[in-house]
Write a protein that binds this ligand. Structure first.
Ligand code: NAP
Length: 108
């Protein structure tokens, strides 16, 4: 999938009059397409990470929970931190005000 997306981007960069400035990719702790992320960085394309919490499914992961417990934060926070460490703009989605407050506290 990563190669497919990369060759699509290559083609776009060769032929488009305006280069894309932003690329939205599915990035989370269980899915980090490093080659594609590096390619975007080299080309000056900012990556936005959609589904940084893997639709919520990653919150039950034992390693994620252990990391969260070690830092005394909610399980969503290391997930968001991971996508920031990968150099992306993280786009967590929630309709819950408490979760919004937790999700912005990533400077622990
Ligand atoms: N551009 C694209 O190609 C593309 C593709 C897919 C999705 N998107 C967009 O990207 C967004 C991502 O959606 P997603 O569902 O994949 O996002 P996500 O951020 O990976 O997961 C959202 C889920 O995590 C839960 N959650 C968030 N913060 C939490 C917290 N602090 N504690 C516990 N649970 C928490 C939410 O439940 P609560 O609401 O209960 O907090 C929700 O069920 C959507 O707006 C979607 O439209 C864009």
């Amino acid at each position: 999938m990563s190669n497919f997306l990369r060759s699509g981007l290559d083609c776009l960069l060769k032929h488009a009059e305006v280069a894309p400035h932003v690329n939205q990719l599915r990035v989370h702790a269980g899915n980090s397409p490093r080659e594609l992320l590096e390619f975007c960085e080299v080309k000056g394309i900012r990556v936005q990470a959609y589904s940084p919490i893997a639709h919520g499914t990653i919150l039950d992961n034992a390693d994620v929970q252990a990391t969260a417990e070690r830092h005394r934060v909610s399980a969503s926070q290391p997930c968001i931190w991971c996508t920031l460490q990968l150099g992306t703009v993280s786009l967590p989605k929630t309709g819950n005000p408490e979760h919004i407050r937790a999700n912005v506290q990533v400077d622990y």
